[in-house]
Ligand binder design. Structure first.
Ligand code: NBP
Length: 481
């Protein structure tokens, strides 16, 4: 299959993401060699989508590697997990220490860190998060490469060319060493989970509390997309809600089974947040909301035994628009809270793993190409740009003001949902995060007392230094440290 000229870049894995990324790379002027484990897939790609393009295919790893100019740049786009290890092991015998291998899949960041160490000296390993789905891969994704900076410098012209562009530049930057790139992609996906769940809960309130139909709710979202909630996810929500099922004539969304699937990046984000002790309750709520949705049969049985307050429609036509506006305020508050949680997790990971993440840069490269691209990322970028050490996004004046102005609306929305028995786990977690964070005093004094009572775990006092233990049956207290 090969011709004589060496190729600028190689790509392994010709499923939907790999094919589209290959076409994007070639379209931007970089001749490409491709390889797929199943050769028939390579042949089909060359004959169809890659026909007439400057792309060659190879049927063995060795021929593929030998078709690429040095230092070789090889992008792997295979299923995350064992397939990545299998491909790396196959590649290693044919590579030199200066060659660069990029894992562009959704790999777990700790796997990327392990692989970086394992192949140190054999080749340069870059773990690169890619967001934007298949459309982004083809026309410009957001790219989050982590690994050696000198490898990034070699890749930079090509990555800049294929990435999405905004008024603030190409949506790519060197994220940091080791697994930093895949970590940032993972948190991007965690925020995406929260963002989608918040949108879904708001849709549910508009439908169940206000009695709006799917197309009416679609119009509401289309209107919101013109303002401060402008984002890719709000835009496609409007599109989805306006779509009619060709078979029944009903809104298509009404015909879709209400069981959400997940591939794992949201769960990984929650697991990492637990490990780091950095709370992300809105993302956790979104992960578990999908888990509960998937238990459809159990929910149907429970509905026969556990009763809610019923579903009276709240708004009259007189206050309908005011209620819709209030829900916009509530969603805006919740969205800021969810982003603040994700950004705080990135800060915690950066400190733990010594990554020196630049949060302003991360907000900049999320502004285009990726699934969570949103107008909100501009003030987020400005906030971290003017104060990189910001303890929490919500402390930036722009966001403090926004939270204070919109808090009454989300309180009302959550209270209404609770009264009507409509579950709003992510909206309420977003509010609770803020209420907890802004509380100088929490009931953890009682937790400490209970821990000391049953396990002699000791406590500190508010009025003097030292570590204390109380014999709770007698009230006798001793200074123990
Ligand atoms: P898949 O995740 O479905 O993976 C399919 C590819 O992996 C095929 O090329 C397949 O080769 C190859 N492969 C497998 Br499976 N096991 C292999 C092995 N042991 N050795 C060599 N190749 C192997 O593809 P995708 O949906 O294009 O996603 C690629 C990566 O990009 C994934 O990590 C995914 O999570 C990530 N991602 C996907 C999206 C999206 O929107 N789909 C977005 C962002 C990131 P075969 O043809 O021989 O079976």
């Amino acid at each position: 299959m090969a011709n004589e000229a060496l190729r600028h870049t190689g790509l392994i894995g010709l499923a939907v993401m790999g094919e589209n990324l290959a076409l994007n790379i070639e379209r931007n002027g970089f001749p490409l060699a491709v390889y797929n484990r199943t050769t028939a897939r390579t042949e089909e790609f060359l004959a169809e989508r890659a026909a007439g393009r400057n792309i060659i295919g190879e049927s063995t790893i060795e021929a593929f590697v030998n078709a690429i100019e040095r230092p070789r740049r090889i992008i792997i786009m295979v299923k995350a997990g064992a397939p990545v290890d299998a491909v790396l092991a196959e590649l290693q015998p044919f590579l030199d220490r200066d060659d660069i291998v990029i894992d562009g899949g959704n790999s777990l960041f700790s796997d990327t860190a392990r692989r970086s160490a394992e192949y140190q000296g054999a080749f340069r390993f870059v773990g690169m998060g890619i967001s934007g789905g298949e459309e982004g891969a083809l026309n410009g994704p957001s790219l989050m490469p982590g690994g050696p900076k000198e490898a990034y410098d070699i890749l930079e012209p090509m990555l800049t060319a294929i990435a999405a562009k905004t008024e603030a530049g190409a949506c790519v930057t060197h994220i940091g060493p080791g697994g930093a790139g895949h970590y940032v992609k993972m948190v991007h996906n965690g925020i995406e989970y929260a963002d989608m769940q918040l949108i879904a809960e708001t849709y549910d309130l508009l439908g169940r509390a206000l009695g709006l139909t799917a197309p009416e709710i679609g119009e509401v979202f289309a209107g919101w997309n013109q303002g401060r909630l402008s984002s890719y996810l709000v835009e496609i929500t409007a599109e989805v809600l306006a779509t009619v099922d060709r078979e029944t004539g009903n809104p298509l969304v009404d015909m879709i089974l209400d069981t959400a699937e997940q591939k794992g990046t949201g769960r990984w984000t929650s697991q990492s947040a637990l490990d780091l002790g950095s709370p992300i309750p809105a993302i956790d709520a979104a992960v578990f909301a999908r888990s509960m949705s998937s238990r459809k049969a159990e929910r149907e049985v429970a509905a026969e035994h556990l009763f809610g307050p019923g579903g009276a429609i709240l708004a009259t036509s007189a206050n309908r628009q005011a209620t819709i506006d209030a829900l916009e305020n509530a969603l805006y508050f919740a969205k800021i809270s969810a982003y603040a949680q994700g950004m705080a997790l990135l800060q915690a990971a950066s400190a733990e793993y010594d990554w020196e993440l630049d949060l302003a840069e991360i907000a900049r490269i999320w502004k285009g190409g990726c699934i969570i691209r949103a107008a909100l990322l501009d003030p987020i970028r400005e906030a971290y740009g003017s104060d990189p050490g910001l303890a929490n996004l919500m402390l930036a004046p722009f966001f403090s003001e926004a939270m204070n102005a919109n808090a009454p609306a989300i309180r009302q929305a959550v209270a209404t949902a609770v009264q009507m028995g409509i579950p709003v786990p992510a909206l309420s977690a977003s509010l609770t995060y803020v209420d907890t964070w802004r509380s100088p005093r929490l009931p953890a004094n009682l937790l400490q007392a209970l821990r000391d009572n049953f396990g002699a775990h000791t406590y500190r006092r508010i009025d003097r230094e030292g570590v204390f233990h109380t014999h709770w049956a007698t009230g006798e207290t001793e200074l123990v440290g």
